[in-house]
Design a protein around this ligand. Structure first.
Ligand SMILES: Cc1cc2nc3c(=O)[nH]c(=O)nc-3n(C[C@H](O)[C@H](O)[C@H](O)COP(=O)(O)OP(=O)(O)OC[C@H]3O[C@@H](n4cnc5c(N)ncnc54)[C@H](O)[C@@H]3O)c2cc1C
Length: 266
């Protein structure tokens, strides 16, 4: 893997515990030529040890800069450092692009896409959706995005603006698992979106409200391992072929429980 030194041009706060880093690359840099859904690998030295961490591109391919979005994982070494300490002007060693969780937009294609994301799992999904809206106008996109509370929803205003601009092409619903009034984590009591964790019943109801009008359908799941495993089981239980279900695991299913709150759903 070849690592390139790149400088953080902008650090943008997305939510209380998530930031986007925009790296200065230029149009000809190997890191800028990726497909939406792919990721970069950061090599970092932290307390005299070397760490490699993957972060999905949240921006669009072939620009002058490369953007990734990082959410803090409790007790996480590198995500905490990036969110709290990394600053504009810092140089980082970055390799990429990598990954087969991709879309390849086609102007002529007429497909229905279902995206299911939890927490930071929106990162590649946001890039994919942005690309499809621009380069695959005949397709329809349905996004179900889960978080703990409204304040945790990464890219909410951008997603809402896209849904408004591409009305009838992009349909979005948000689910909050910690919306109840009276708890410490209460955000707003007037939440009118979905309530609860994204589970089998929620995706079945979602797909009933957003039926596919064409046979060509694909499904993209991104988030912590337990979230993906659970949804995949439900989708295959509904008779959907595994070949149509694309997955990007941000963590292994067995590691999720200790870090659940960071991801939003578990
Ligand atoms: C292909 C790929 C793309 C990714 N893209 C993104 C992205 O765009 N944005 C983003 O914020 N993260 C992304 N991740 C996750 C990221 O690579 C790190 O795993 C995460 O930032 C935690 O690193 P850390 O050093 O802070 O935690 P560590 O110190 O490595 O781990 C601390 C604890 O958290 C657990 N853990 C680690 N990562 C996760 C996780 N994601 N969910 C639940 N538990 C976890 C560990 O098992 C451990 O118990 C991606 C992961 C992969 C494999």
């Amino acid at each position: 893997m070849e690592f390139y030194p790149v400088v953080i041009k902008h650090k943008h706060v997305e939510t209380e515990d998530a930031v986007s880093l925009e790296f200065e690359t230029g149009p000809d840099h190997p890191l800028t030529h990726f497909k939406s859904g792919q990721y970069i690998t950061l090599k970092m030295r932290h307390q005299r040890q070397e760490y490699l961490r993957c972060y999905s591109y949240s921006g669009m391919p072939d620009q002058n800069t490369v953007t990734v979005t990082v959410k803090k994982v409790p007790k996480g070494k590198i995500s905490k450092w990036i969110v709290d300490e990394a600053k504009e002007g810092d140089e980082m060693m970055v390799a990429g692009p990598n990954g087969r969780f991709i879309i390849d937009p086609d102007l002529a294609r007429r497909r229905v896409y279902y995206f299911f994301a939890a927490g930071s799992g929106i990162t590649p999904v946001f890039s994919m959706i942005s690309g499809l809206l621009e380069h695959e106008p005949k397709s329809k996109i349905h996004l179900l995005y889960g978080n703990r509370k409204e304040e945790d929803i990464i890219f909410k205003s951008k997603i809402d603006a896209l849904a408004q601009k591409y009305e009838g092409q992009l349909m979005v619903e948000y689910a909050l698992s910690k919306h109840q009034k009276g708890f410490l984590w209460t955000s707003r009591s007037d939440w009118s979106g979905l309530k609860g964790r994204i589970d089998g019943k929620m995706i079945a109801d979602f797909m009933e409200r957003h039926p596919a009008e064409v046979k060509d359908c694909t499904y993209y799941l991104c988030g912590p391992g337990a979230f993906i495993k659970d949804l995949e089981k439900h989708l295959t239980g509904m008779g959907i072929e595994t070949a149509l279900i694309h997955k990007e695991y941000f963590s292994l299913p067995e590691t999720d429980s200790s870090t659940s709150s960071a991801i939003g759903q578990h």
